[in-house]
Design a protein. Structure first.
Length: 81
């Protein structure tokens, strides 16, 4: 697969499609982990896909196109009544 527009950023539509493909790839092609080198050979980008708990705090990782903020619990729900 060759893309003539490799030197251009993705459009909003392309980015959304990329994320959809990334979700499918992660769900169907990543068993335990997968390490890849992508980008230009002179300036590679190293990508690691894994099913282990991520290093650091989970809140450091963002899920594209979703709001990760959790609703604040109300006091009457915390004590069960």
């Amino acid at each position: 697969m060759h893309n003539e527009r490799i030197d251009e950023p993705l459009s909003d539509e392309e980015l959304k499609l990329f994320i959809q493909y990334l979700h499918r790839f992660a769900n169907h092609d990543v068993d335990i982990f997968l390490s890849m080198e992508v980008g230009y050979p002179e300036h590679p980008v190293y990508v690691v896909f894994g099913r282990d708990y991520p290093p650091g705090d989970a809140s450091d990782y963002r899920r594209p196109f979703t709001d990760r903020r959790q609703p604040t619990p109300t006091p009457d729900l915390i004590d069960g009544g």
